[in-house]
Design a protein around this ligand. Structure first.
Ligand code: NAD
Length: 329
């Protein structure tokens, strides 16, 4: 039986990525929606054949507890809302996928993990790249030391903000931070899964060229992370620069993705030549894997603890920006 997924928050990512991906899933399907915008209800119901009884708003959301069609709640809201909806979903007896970044603070992440544990439900973070073949090759090459020990990681992820100056992503209270929270977590992830290690210390600085637009949140952050095995990651993220790469230099060669973090169209190479892997639907692979973990009672490769660790690193980076010093994670 396919498990039923309910998407909470029908913004860009739900509309253009997750809902279409669910049509391709083998282990789960789009069974329900939770939205605060009544005009979206009929559009989604018609498009995805969702019965009225599986449509919720933020007020009656908790009654999803009584709905046997819904096995998994997928939280796709502004970051500051992740905690509340993850905890409410767990209390309603549902397994949860929560989008990245997991929450606005490590304390919130821990509360989400605790709530899911207490409810005996699984919690996963929407880290789609753990299911993407080029990124999985970076993990293999780095973690298996195919080219020896990694000396240096170099990665950047960003885009030039051209959107609404009033968007939630630019509001500290809703987003928790700027480019670092939204795009920088991919760079943190990239360095973590390529080395297979946890950074010990970070040293960071912020660059701001558009203080009017980025009044409340960071525009560009540059940071270094030192790993216990001796490798150093030079990292950058921005809402004002286009960049998207992950590169590792090891003792006997290099390996890199010159298109690293996108929904598709990855480009990769090593010292020995270009990488060749199929383009897959990452979101479908990610959701199918979680549904299988739930059905088979296996642990997910992208658990809440992984999201918590990224937010601990984010907090250390913000501490370092404030202190101007190297900070331990
Ligand atoms: P979005 O702005 O397109 O959608 C946000 C949704 O939340 C909207 O439907 C909006 O109506 C709703 N919402 C409810 N309360 C709100 C409030 N107080 N203020 C603003 N919106 C409110 O955002 P999105 O791009 O879909 O991002 C949602 C989540 O998904 C974020 O956590 C984001 O980081 C994550 N995301 C992940 C990926 C990925 O590749 N994994 C890609 C994009 C977004």
């Amino acid at each position: 039986k396919k498990l039923g997924v309910a998407l909470v928050g029908l913004g860009g990512y739900s509309t253009y990525q997750l809902a279409p991906a669910l049509l391709q899933c083998k282990n789960c399907y789009l069974a329900g929606i939770v939205t605060g915008t009544p005009s979206k209800e009929k559009i989604w119901a018609d498009k995805y054949n969702i019965p009225q009884k599986n449509i919720y708003n933020y007020q009656n959301f908790d009654s999803i507890a009584d709905n046997k069609d819904i096995d998994i709640v997928y939280v796709v809201l502004p970051v500051a809302m992740h905690k509340e909806y993850t905890i409410r979903a767990a209390k309603a007896g549902k397994h949860v996928i929560c989008e990245k970044p997991m929450a606005v603070s490590a304390a919130d992440c821990q509360a989400m993990i605790d709530a899911c544990k207490q409810a005996n439900r699984m919690l996963s973070i929407g880290y789609r790249l753990h299911f993407e073949p080029f990124n999985m090759e970076m993990m293999r090459l780095g973690q298996k030391k195919v080219f020896g020990n990694i000396m240096k990681i170099n990665s950047s992820n960003g885009f030039v903000w051209g959107g609404d100056p009033n968007a939630w992503r630019l509001k500290k209270a809703l987003a928790g931070g700027g480019a670092l929270m939204d795009m920088g977590v991919y760079v943190i992830q990239g360095a973590r899964y390529t080395t297979g290690e946890e950074p010990l210390t970070v040293k960071a600085k912020e660059i701001k060229t558009k203080p009017d637009l980025f009044k409340e949140v960071d525009e560009t952050v540059v940071w270094e992370m030192k790993f216990p095995g001796g490798s150093v990651a030079e990292c950058r993220t921005s809402y004002n620069e286009n960049a998207n790469f992950l590169r590792a230099e090891a003792e006997r060669g290099w390996f890199e993705l010159s298109e690293a973090y996108r929904y598709g169209g990855m480009v990769g190479a090593t010292t020995n030549g270009s990488m060749s892997f199929p383009n897959i639907n990452q979101q479908a692979a990610q959701m199918d894997d979680f549904a299988q973990c739930v059905t088979q009672n296996k642990s997910t490769r992208v658990p809440g603890e992984m999201g918590l660790q990224d937010i601990k690193i984010v907090e250390a980076i913000y501490r370092s920006i404030a202190s101007g010093k190297e900070e331990s994670v």
